[in-house]
Design a protein around this ligand. Structure first.
Ligand code: CP
Ligand code: NVA
Length: 305
């Protein structure tokens, strides 16, 4: 039974396999072909936080593949009516795959521990693997190759940044992170990534201009993630010099792409001029969430009876 809780659960070869499945499904869809490769399969979605992209892209993608999906509401009483192990074992009697968005990463790990079906992390405080896979697929799609790519992250070294760093390490994509002091990656974590991927280029800096120099794409995310709303005002001050605007993009190559996982807080982490610029691929990125998740579902489920 395979789960996808973090990008670390996949090898570089497996990510390439998911991308190949995605290419195939995406090109068929463009020709109007919705191949029913998962007929009768049932996906449930259990979300403790709001979502537009993750929820709808998974549900639409599963419909294209001939399966069905159930968005579980508060009435199922997750974490309230019964123990998580009982809840999970029973739920898995009905379904083939479960997508979980949880406040704490530990929750999705607990669910996976007791699940007899595949569990996919649809975002936790620690990681957002489906986002990172779709983002690297998007970067590859735009550039034609990931060879020689450099991805620059500006802002909070958060769940999305962490998943992108791991995905980049697996695919040999140079990664640069510019975060303010106190919002950086854990140093031990960086060392562990470097040990796992010898030769991979990871640049850690507090200077956004340094990070975006030579970047193929500049990526940012909200300064306060879901669950950090109380810190909004303080973070706004601490990140004031980290807005991705035209002045910062002028330090990047002219053809550098702009990326964001969305939702964005325009005027905070990114200016309108950058998010609406011709180099911005934020909508294509969001669209690829569905295509890549179809690849993930095909990879996880097609081989299972
Ligand atoms: N990027 C992303 O995961 O968006 P949602 O929170 O809308 O799912
Ligand atoms: N870092 C953001 C990503 C949202 C898709 C959050 O966790 O809220």
């Amino acid at each position: 039974m395979r789960h996808l809780l973090t990008v670390s659960d996949l090898s570089g070869d497996e990510i390439h396999r998911i991308f190949a499945l995605t290419d195939d499904l995406k090109s068929k869809l463009a020709q109007g072909v919705r191949e029913s490769i998962l007929p009768g399969r049932v996906m449930a979605l259990l979300f403790e936080k709001p979502s537009l992209r993750t929820r709808v892209s998974f549900q639409a993608g599963m419909a294209h593949l001939g399966g069905t999906s159930l968005m579980l509401g508060d009435d199922v009483g997750f974490g309230k009516r019964e123990r998580i192990d009982d809840f999970t074992r029973v739920l898995c009697e009905f379904i083939d795959v479960l997508v979980v968005r949880s406040k704490q990463h530990h929750t999705v790990e607990q669910v996976a521990q007791h699940a007899t079906c595949s569990v996919i992390n649809g975002l936790t405080d620690l990681s957002h693997p489906c986002q990172a896979l779709a983002d690297l697929y998007s970067l590859k799609e735009q550039r034609g190759t990931l060879d020689g790519a450099r991805l620059a992250w500006v802002g909070d070294a958060n769940n999305v940044a962490r998943s992108l760093a791991i995905a980049c390490s697996k695919l040999g994509v140079e990664f640069a992170v510019a975060a303010p002091r106190g919002y950086e990656f854990d140093a031990e974590q960086c060392q562990a990534w470097r040990t796992d991927a010898p030769g991979w280029e990871l640049q850690i800096t507090n200077d956004p201009h340094e990070a975006v120099a030579g970047a193929s794409a500049v990526y940012t995310d909200v300064w306060a993630s879901m669950g950090q709303e109380q810190q909004q005002a303080k973070r706004k001050q601490d990140f004031a010099d980290y807005q991705v605007n035209q002045q910062l993009m002028a330090s990047a190559p002219e053809d550098a792409l702009f990326m964001h996982c969305l939702p964005a807080r325009r005027g905070e982490e990114v200016s309108d001029a950058v998010v609406d610029s011709p180099n911005s691929i934020v909508v294509a990125q969001a669209g690829n969430r569905m295509h890549v998740q179809k690849g993930i579902l095909a990879w996880l489920l097609a081989a299972q009876s």
